[in-house]
Design a binder for this molecule. Structure first.
Ligand code: IMP
Ligand code: MG
Length: 173
């Protein structure tokens, strides 16, 4: 049996998204920006974020696996779906649900740098900095959360709970 308790409310998420969207809109005002959602978890945040932006952007998705059905990072990143178009010269912003060990985004940033885009930056709605296994700089940092396994707002446990509108701590009972 498992129990869900709210950790981050919809109001807190919305307020943080407004703040991040203002910064991004300002920073990329005169640039060609491509937002790349990291599937699957990043889909909900990306959908909410783009509606708060005041600039024109392109949108693409990349899908990678790192967790399988376990709650512990394997450290192995596998690309399941790459982006669709050539991104040479584009400014890329990777849009993530949560940064934990930092392994996934370290890998993805290197991958995008190798594709010769103009810049690669990272935006995440949730961050667990206490769990880092690698030094990783977050350009647009969302809400800092403690070292607890969370679900909802795109995040899953064994593909469940992604649809929940708030972020919950998943506790075994
Ligand atoms: P990282 O590579 O350890 O930074 O984390 C990679 C991905 O694992 C995150 O973007 C999430 O999609 C997923 N993840 C990390 N922590 C959690 C969690 O507490 N709940 C659900 N998914 C998580
Ligand atoms: Mg993710």
């Amino acid at each position: 049996m498992s129990k869900l308790s709210v950790l981050v409310t919809k109001e807190e998420i919305n307020a943080k998204i407004k703040e991040l969207a203002e910064r991004i809109s300002r920073d990329y005002a005169d640039k060609d920006l491509l937002l790349v959602g990291v599937l699957k978890g990043g889909f909900m945040f990306l959908a909410d974020l783009v509606r708060e932006l005041t600039i024109d952007v392109s949108i693409d998705f990349i899908s990678c696996s790192s967790y399988g059905n376990s709650t512990v990072s394997s450290g192995i990143v596998r690309i399941l779906k790459d982006i669709d178009y050539d991104i040479t010269g584009k400014h890329v912003l990777l849009v993530e649900d949560l940064i934990d060990t930092g392994l996934t985004l370290t890998y993805l940033k290197d991958l995008f740098r190798a594709k010769h885009c103009a810049s690669v930056k990272v935006c995440t709605i949730l961050d667990k900095p206490s769990r880092r296994k690698v030094d990783f700089e977050v350009d647009y940092q969302g809400i800092i959360i403690p070292d607890k396994f969370v679900v909802g707002y795109g995040l899953d446990y064994a593909e469940k709970y992604r649809n929940l509108p708030e972020v919950y701590v998943l506790e075994e009972m």
